[in-house]
Design a protein around this ligand. Structure first.
Ligand code: OXD
Ligand code: MN
Length: 659
C-alpha cells in the first residue's frame, strides 16, 4: 500500500524547525516520519500562528466549543433543554456538498471516468498550493488523527486531517474515533490517508494587518480535490459537512473506494443494521440509498411487527470486506451521525430525536425563544423563531425556518438502538444487501435479485429523485448507481466490474441482493406504502428469503422475485388490495421506456460498463417483452380478481398478501 510521503506535497522547500512540529523527537507519540514531515510542510505552506495536535479528549471538546461560543461561531443551546449542545449557522453559499467543485485528480482522465470532474494532479496541486499559501495566517492549525472503524480493527483505516476550522475539529471528534489512540496506531510504516483543509479566510493580510473573523469563515473559491494515487485529499474554501469533514465522503467513500478496489473490498454509501426475528435469529443488512432517502430512518427503525427488533450499526457508510470464513464482513467506519434534521420527529424517527437530546452540534436549524432548536417537520411551528440565517421568523414568513439540508452531528453511542456489533473490532457478517431510491413510479416495493450479477444491475440502475443534500433541482430524477454517483473515486464502469469481481470471489457465500422502494405513489399522488415502522414488514420478508433454501415465499416477476401469496405480512395495515397491487405492478410500457433510458445512460458511461451488466439489460427487456395494456380502470379497480385478469404472475401477489 502507498504511504503518504512528503513528495506528494509539491512544496519544494526544506523543512526548517517549526516550533510545534516534533522534529524527530516524536514527543506526541508520532512514530511516522512522513507524518511529521507532512505537518511541517503544510505549516510552511499555510503559515498558521500555532499548531495544535488534537488528543480527542472530552476536556478538549469542551474547551474548544466554549472558545467558539466566546468567538461567536457557536451558540450554546439552553443547558437544561439540550446539555452540551450548540447551534452553528453557515453562510448561504456554503450549505451542502458541492459536487461541481469536487474533483478526482487521478493520473488520467479516463481513470476518473465520465461521472467525476477530473483535473491533472500536477495542475491541481499547483493551483491549490497557490490557494493554500498563507491561508492560515492568524489562525491555529489543528492536526487531527483519527481511525475509521474500531482502532486496530481488521477493516479499519487511519487518517490525519489538518484543518484551520475548530468547527471541523469538534465535528470530527464526534464523527470518528479521533485523537491520541488513533495517532499511536500510526507506526513507522502504517498507511494513513492525508487530508488538508482550510476555510480560506486568513486573519492577517499579507502586510500583517489584522482581518476580522466571522462566525462562519469560508472562501468564494471552493475545491474538494482527491488524489487517489497519493491517498490524499485537499479541501479549500468550504466549512460544511462532506466538503470539510474529510473523513466522511472524501476518505470513507472516494479515496476509500479506490483503496477498496486495489485491495478487493467495498467502500459503500450504506447503512448497516441488525434485524432480529421473534425466535432470536439475527440478520445483518447493509442498504445503499442516495443521500437523504431515509438511511438514518431505516437504520433506527422501530418495527411495527411484534417480536421483531432493529438495532443500529451505521446510518451512512459501510466498509465490507471478505473475511477469513469467505463471507462478507462489514463495519460502520464512523462514530457519529451527521443527519438531516428537517423531517425528523417523534413520529418519523423517535430514536434520532432521543439521540440529539445532548452533546449535539446543530447546523442551520432554527432557534426557539427558550434556547432550543426547531426544524420543519419536528412539531407544529412555534409562533416565532430565529431562522437558520439569524432572522426573526414567523409561520407567515413563507420561507423554511431551517435550511432543508440542516444537520445534527451527534455521537452514535447516544443512539438507544445502537447494536453491540458497532463495537465489534472486525465487524459483522452481512446476510443481505439492499438497493433503494426515491421513485414515485415503476420500482416495486421489494424485489429480490436472481443472481449476484442481477443484483449488481439493480445497484447500477438506481435512479432517484434529487433531494436537498446535494445542490441542484429537488425532485428531478437522476441516475445514482449504488447511491454512489458523487462518491465513487474512479471510473463508474470499473466500479461495477469491481462489484462483479467481489461477488465472484465470494461465490455462494455472497449475501443476497434486493431492491426496495418505499416511495411509490398512486394515481392521486399519495404514497402507496406507509413506510417507517412498516418497512419492517419488508425486512421480515427479506429475512425469510435469506433463511429459505429455495424459492419459498417468492414468485417470479419480470424484474426479479417478489413476495408470494401470504409471504409479505400486511396484517393490521389499512392497505387496499389495489394499493398492494400497484406496489408491485410492472407496467411494461413504462419499463420499456426505462430500459431505453438505462441503455442511454450506459452509453453515456462509455465502454467500461461490464458486459455482464449490459447482458442484464438485454435479459430484462426480453422478460418484459411487448407492452401490455393495463387499463387505468383495471388497476384502480384493484380487487384481486381484476389483477388476475391483467397478469398471471403478479396476480399471485395481489390476491394473496393482503390476506
Ligand atoms: C450525507 C450525504 O451527508 O450523503 O450523508 O450527503
Ligand atoms: Mn450520505
Amino acid at each position: 500500500m502507498t504511504t503518504c510521503t512528503a513528495d506528494h506535497l509539491h512544496t519544494p522547500v526544506p523543512v526548517p524547525p517549526y516550533p510545534e512540529v516534533p522534529q524527530g523527537a516524536f514527543q506526541h507519540g508520532i512514530a511516522n516520519q512522513a507524518l511529521a514531515d507532512w505537518v511541517a510542510r503544510i505549516a510552511l505552506l499555510t503559515r498558521p500562528d500555532e499548531i495544535v495536535w488534537c488528543d480527542g479528549s472530552d476536556e478538549e471538546w469542551h474547551r474548544m466549543t466554549e472558545a467558539m461560543v466566546q468567538a461567536g461561531s457557536l451558540i450554546r443551546l439552553d443547558p437544561g433543554l439540550r446539555p452540551d449542545s450548540f447551534l452553528a449557522r453557515s453562510t448561504d453559499d456554503d450549505v451542502a456538498r458541492m459536487e461541481d467543485r469536487t474533483f478526482i485528480c487521478s493520473q488520467t482522465e479516463s481513470q476518473a471516468g465520465p461521472t467525476n470532474n477530473w483535473r491533472a494532479p500536477g495542475s491541481m496541486h499547483a493551483e491549490l498550493d497557490g490557494l493554500f499559501a498563507e491561508s492560515m495566517r492568524g489562525r491555529t492549525m489543528y492536526v487531527v488523527p483519527y481511525s475509521m472503524g474500531p482502532v486496530g480493527g481488521a477493516i479499519s483505516q487511519l487518517g490525519v486531517q489538518i484543518t484551520d476550522s475548530p468547527y471541523v475539529v469538534v465535528s470530527l471528534a464526534t464523527m470518528t474515533r479521533m485523537g491520541t489512540e488513533a495517532l499511536r496506531e500510526i507506526g513507522p510504516d502504517t498507511p494513513w490517508v492525508a487530508g488538508v483543509h482550510s476555510v480560506g479566510h486568513p486573519l492577517r493580510n499579507a502586510d500583517g494587518t489584522r482581518r476580522e473573523d466571522v462566525a462562519w469563515p469560508s472562501n468564494p473559491t471552493k475545491y474538494i480535490a482527491h488524489f487517489p494515487e497519493e491517498r490524499a485529499i485537499w479541501s479549500f474554501g468550504s466549512g460544511y459537512g462532506g466538503n470539510a469533514l474529510l473523513s466522511k465522503k472524501c476518505f470513507a467513500l472516494r479515496i476509500g473506494s479506490t483503496i477498496a478496489r486495489d485491495e478487493g473490498w467495498l467502500a459503500e454509501h450504506m447503512l448497516l443494521l441488525k434485524l432480529t426475528d421473534p425466535s432470536g435469529r439475527a440478520f445483518h443488512i447493509a442498504a445503499a440509498f442516495p443521500s437523504a432517502c431515509g438511511k438514518t430512518n431505516l437504520a433506527m427503525l422501530r418495527p411495527s411487527l411484534p417480536g421483531w427488533s432493529v438495532e443500529t450499526i451505521g446510518d451512512d457508510i459501510a466498509w465490507l470486506r471478505p473475511g477469513p470464513d469467505g463471507r462478507l464482513w462489514a463495519i460502520n467506519p464512523e462514530a457519529g451521525i451527521f443527519g438531516v434534521a428537517p423531517g425528523t420527529s417523534e413520529a418519523t424517527n423517535p430514536v434520532a430525536v432521543d439521540l440529539v437530546r445532548k452533546r449535539t452540534i446543530f447546523t442551520n436549524v432554527a432557534l426557539t425563544e427558550d434556547g432550543d432548536v426547531w426544524w420543519e417537520g419536528k412539531s407544529e411551528p412555534p409562533a416565532h423563531l430565529i431562522d437558520w440565517q439569524g432572522h426573526y421568523w414567523t409561520p407567515a414568513s413563507g420561507l423554511p425556518a431551517a435550511h432543508p439540508n440542516a444537520r445534527f452531528t451527534a455521537p452514535l453511542t447516544q443512539c438507544r438502538t445502537l447494536a453491540d456489533d458497532w463495537f465489534a473490532a472486525d465487524g459483522v457478517p452481512v446476510d443481505a444487501i439492499l438497493f433503494g431510491g426515491r421513485r414515485a413510479s415503476n420500482v416495486p416495493l421489494v424485489v429480490e435479485s436472481t443472481s449476484w450479477e442481477h443484483g449488481v444491475f439493480m445497484g447500477a440502475t438506481i435512479s432517484s429523485e434529487r433531494t436537498a443534500a446535494q445542490e441542484g433541482t429537488v425532485g428531478e430524477l437522476r441516475h445514482d448507481p449504488f447511491g454512489m454517483l458523487p462518491f465513487v473515486g474512479y471510473d463508474m464502469g470499473d466500479y461495477w466490474q469491481h462489484w462483479l469481481d467481489v461477488g465472484a470471489a465470494l461465490g455462494d457465500r455472497a449475501p443476497r441482493i434486493f431492491q426496495v422502494n418505499w416511495f411509490r405513489k398512486g394515481p392521486d399522488g399519495s404514497f402507496l406504502w406507509p413506510g417507517f415502522g412498516d418497512n419492517a414488514r419488508v425486512l421480515a420478508w427479506i429475512a425469510a428469503r435469506v433463511s429459505a433454501r429455495d424459492t419459498a415465499g417468492a414468485v417470479e416477476s419480470e424484474l426479479g422475485l417478489i413476495p408470494a401469496e401470504g409471504a409479505l405480512d400486511v396484517r393490521g395495515l389499512d392497505l387496499p388490495n389495489r394499493s398492494l397491487y400497484a406496489l408491485f405492478e410492472v407496467d411494461s410500457a413504462a419499463w420499456l421506456e426505462e430500459c431505453d433510458e438505462i441503455a442511454a445512460y450506459f452509453a453515456s458511461l462509455g465502454d467500461t460498463v461490464p458486459a455482464a451488466v449490459r447482458a442484464q439489460l438485454v435479459a430484462l427487456r426480453e422478460r418484459i417483452g411487448e407492452p401490455q395494456s393495463h387499463s387505468a380502470s383495471s388497476r384502480e379497480g384493484g380487487s384481486a380478481g381484476t389483477a388476475t385478469e391483467t397478469s398471471g404472475r403478479r396476480a399471485v401477489v395481489a390476491s394473496g398478501v393482503a390476506a
